[in-house]
Design a protein around this ligand. Structure first.
Ligand SMILES: [Zn+2]
Length: 302
């Protein structure tokens, strides 16, 4: 019953090529207020590399939903068939279609630092459903332990869960044993709570090193930071209009949009998704991402 939103909106590559937006500015999402003031620029400074054209052809309903408004269709549940991987992430953490003719005007929506609070989460989930959009919720283990029912809710609503470490600490400053536990324990609690372990990893503050990347990979996850920061974590930007404005300013094809489970972001989401649709963007389904494709040289395999 998946919404077969065939999105063939003319995929002219806009020249809005601002590579890595907020991420490149070294801004660190503040998380829970105990953030170390990291200034790591998570985006790779190298230019975006389009993966070689190979693999499955991106056809209609190839993992993007949203604009233009799709026909009816209920929210796909967790047992819905998965779309065939049709997108890969590049070194700049942007998403590009595997098929060169695929739709480049897509964005990935992500929400970090939950699961926190029921009403706020439901508002986000409702807005995603309204726009037939999929997202990754990068969760912290200690939050999952506090709110296992909210994690189940994310899963029940057909959304994807990612690993954001157990304690939301700066992993780059920790020893290997601690890093292993911070990442591995989240894999286990998510697996135990919803029956499947995350396939995506994002380090707190976008701060990592080669060991963190390799471990994420060893745990079967695609490592990412982001390429479009909503800056909803900044004290100066805690308004719905500010969140929308910052995302649109950095908008480019394949944007990996970082947001958080925060009140002003939840409030902004419906309007933000409407504006993205108006600009011809579709929402990338995380299930359509080829997580086996590893764009980083340090821990390359295959
Ligand atoms: Zn975070």
């Amino acid at each position: 019953m998946r919404a077969s939103a065939a999105v063939w909106a003319s995929a002219l590559l806009l020249l809005a090529g601002c590579g890595a937006g907020g991420a490149a500015q070294g801004l660190s999402p503040a998380g829970e207020g105990t953030a170390p003031s990291e200034t790591t620029a998570p985006a790779d400074p190298q230019p975006a590399v389009t993966p070689p054209p190979s693999g499955p052809t991106a056809g209609a309903g190839s993992g993007v939903t949203g604009a233009p408004p799709a026909a009816q269709a209920e929210t796909p549940g967790k047992d819905e068939p998965k779309p065939k991987p049709a997108y890969r992430m590049n070194k700049n953490y942007d998403f590009v279609p595997i098929d060169p003719g695929g739709n480049k005007k897509v964005v990935l929506l992500t929400f970090d630092d939950g699961p926190k609070e029921k009403a706020q989460l439901e508002t986000i989930l409702d807005s995603l459903d309204k726009h037939k959009a999929k997202a990754i919720f990068f969760v912290n283990g200690y939050r999952v332990k506090q709110n296992p029912e909210l994690l189940k809710r994310i899963r029940e609503r057909g959304q994807t869960i990612g690993n954001h470490s157990w304690d939301h600490i700066d992993l780059k400053k920790e020893n290997e044993e601690t890093i292993r536990k911070q990442i591995g324990d989240v894999q286990r609690i998510v697996q135990d709570t919803v029956g499947a372990a995350p396939r995506f990893f994002r380090p707190p503050f976008g701060s990592s090193n080669d060991f963190v990347k390799k471990l994420a990979k060893d745990e079967g996850m695609l490592f990412m930071t982001w390429s479009n920061g909503s800056e909803d974590w900044l004290a100066s930007n805690q308004k719905p209009e500010g969140v929308v404005k910052r995302v649109l300013e950095q908008l480019h094809p394949g944007s990996n949009i970082l947001m958080h489970e925060l009140p002003w972001t939840a409030e902004a989401l419906d309007d933000l998704l409407t504006k993205l649709e108006e600009k011809g963007y579709a929402f990338l389904d995380p299930d359509a991402i080829d997580t086996s494709y590893w764009p980083f040289e340090q821990t390359s395999h295959q």
